[in-house]
Design a protein around this ligand. Structure first.
Ligand code: 6CS
Length: 373
C-alpha cells in the first residue's frame, strides 16, 4: 500500500472515531487530543502517553471543555513515517518522533544516533538531553517542519540482538543488521563492516524469522515485547548509544490552544521526564530477567573497555560523515550535544567529589570528546 493510500485510510479511521465520540452524549463536549506513538501497548512510549492522558484529563475534567486524550499505539496508524506525516497534517496532535526515523525529515536530529558520543552513565545522559542550548537548536529545527518540540528522552541502551556473537567489528563483517530508516544508520553500521538493512519496526520479527536479516538493535524492553529474542541467540550490550526519542506537537494546533492549556501541556511534559526515566529503568531491568526465564539459553554479553574501544575507533569517522551529510547546522548540533554531555559529566564528577556542594554548571572537555571510552 502506498503511503498516501495508507494515510487516507488512517484519516477515515480517525474521522469515524471522532463521529462516534460525538454520538456519546457524555463525551460530546470533550476536546479530543490524539497522541500517536511509535511503539506497542505496554512499551515505554505507551506508559508515557498514557500518563500524559491521565494527567491532562484529570487537570481538565472539571472544566467547560474537558480534554479526551486518545492514544494510538504503533500499527494503528501505520509506521513511524505515517505517524510523522499525520502529525504534520495536524490529523494527530501529539506524537513521538524517534530520530532513527524522523532523521529523514530533520537530518540534524540524527546527531542522536551517533555511536559513542553519549556518556556511559544514563543519569548524565538524562541531564544532557535537558540542556537548554541543545533543546533551543532542536526546537528551531522542528518548528521549520511544522512541529513544536516538547521533550527529548532516552528509553534505555541500544542492545544488539544477533544470531551470531558480536564482540568485535570483525564479527559484524557482512552481517545483515536491521536499522531504523534514517540514512545515518547505514553509515553507522557500515563503519563496522555490517550490511545494514533499513526496515519499519513492524517488519523486524518476520525478517529475522525468515532469515532476511541476521540481527537488529533496540532497548531490552522492546526486544522483549516485540519477541525479537525468540528469533535471535545473542544479546550484546556495547553501551554505544541510548535509544533517544522526541515528543512533538503540531505547531498550528498548539498555537491555537489557549494560554492555560499550553502551560498545562508544558507542565505535564516537564513532570513526565522523571516518570519516563523511572519507567524505562524498571522495564529494561525486569524484562531482561523475564526473557532469560523464558529462554535461558540466550547468550547475554557486555563488552569490556577494550572491546568497546575497537568499535569506538570505527565510529569516529561517522561523526565526520554526519557533518558532511547534514552540513554546517549538523556541526553546530554535534558541538552542542558534546558540550551538553561534557557539562553533565563535569557536574556528576563535582557532585561525587563533594556531595554537599551546590551543583555548578562548569564546562570542560569530557570523555565524550576523548579517544578513550
Ligand atoms: O526500532 C524501531 O523502529 C523502534 N524502536 C523503538 C524502541 N521505538 C520506536 C522505534 O520506531
Amino acid at each position: 500500500m502506498t503511503i498516501r493510500r495508507h494515510l487516507q485510510g488512517a484519516v477515515l479511521l480517525l474521522a469515524a472515531a471522532l463521529a462516534c465520540t460525538a454520538c456519546d452524549g457524555s463525551r460530546g463536549e470533550a476536546e479530543i487530543w490524539r497522541f500517536a506513538i511509535e511503539e506497542t501497548i505496554g512499551s515505554v512510549q505507551w506508559s508515557y502517553a498514557k500518563e500524559f492522558e491521565a494527567r491532562i484529563e484529570a487537570a481538565t475534567a472539571a472544566s467547560q471543555r474537558p480534554v479526551d486524550v486518545q492514544v494510538y499505539p504503533y500499527g494503528t496508524l501505520g509506521t513511524s513515517d505515517h505517524v510523522t506525516e499525520l502529525l504534520r497534517m495536524g490529523t494527530v496532535h501529539f506524537a513521538t518522533a524517534s530520530p532513527g526515523h524522523v532523521g529523514k525529515l530533520i537530518p540534524e536530529a540524527q546527531v542522536l544516533l551517533l555511536h559513542f558520543v553519549f556518556s556511559d552513565d544514563a543519569e548524565v545522559n538524562r541531564e544532557a538531553l535537558l540542556d537548554g542550548e541543545l533543546r533551543r537548536l532542536f526546537s528551531d529545527l522542528y518548528r521549520e517542519k511544522g512541529f513544536r518540540l516538547l521533550a527529548i528522552f532516552q528509553e534505555g541502551w541500544q542492545v544488539w540482538t544477533t544470531r551470531r556473537a558480536v564482540s568485535s567489528p570483525e564479527d559484524f563483517d557482512g552481517l545483515r543488521m536491521r536499522v531504523m530508516t534514517s540514512p545515518l544508520l547505514l553509515d553507522a553500521y557500515r563503519a563496522y563492516g555490517a550490511s545494514p538493512t533499513p526496515l519499519p519496526y513492524g517488519e523486524v520479527y518476520s525478517a529475522l524469522q525468515l532469515r532476511m536479516i541476521d540481527g537488529q538493535v533496540n532497548p531490552i524492553f522492546a526486544i522483549e515485547e516485540m519477541s525479537f529474542y525468540e528469533v535471535t541467540d545473542h544479546l550484546t550490550f556495547a553501551n554505544h548509544l541510548p535509544f533517544v526519542t522526541t515528543v512533538a506537537t503540531n505547531d498550528v494546533f498548539f498555537a491555537g490552544l489557549d494560554a492555560d492549556r499550553r502551560s498545562l501541556v508544558s507542565r505535564v511534559i516537564d513532570d513526565l521526564q522523571q516518570h519516563v526515566f523511572e519507567v524505562q529503568t524498571r522495564d529494561n531491568r525486569e524484562r531482561l530477567d523475564s526473557m532469560l526465564e523464558r529462554k535461558p539459553e540466550l547468550q547475554v554479553s557486555r563488552l569490556d573497555a577494550a572491546q568497546r574501544q575497537a568499535f569506538r575507533e570505527r565510529s569516529l569517522a561517522v561523526r565526520r560523515r554526519f557533518v558532511e551529510r547534514v552540513g554546517p547546522r549538523g556541526e553546530i548540533v554535534l558541538e552542542a550535544l558534546l558540550d551538553a554531555i561534557d557539562r553533565a559529566e563535569q557536574r556528576a564528577r563535582d557532585a561525587e567529589a563533594d556531595p554537599g556542594a551546590p551543583i555548578s554548571g562548569s564546562v570542560g572537555p569530557g570523555a565524550s570528546r576523548q579517544p578513550d571510552p
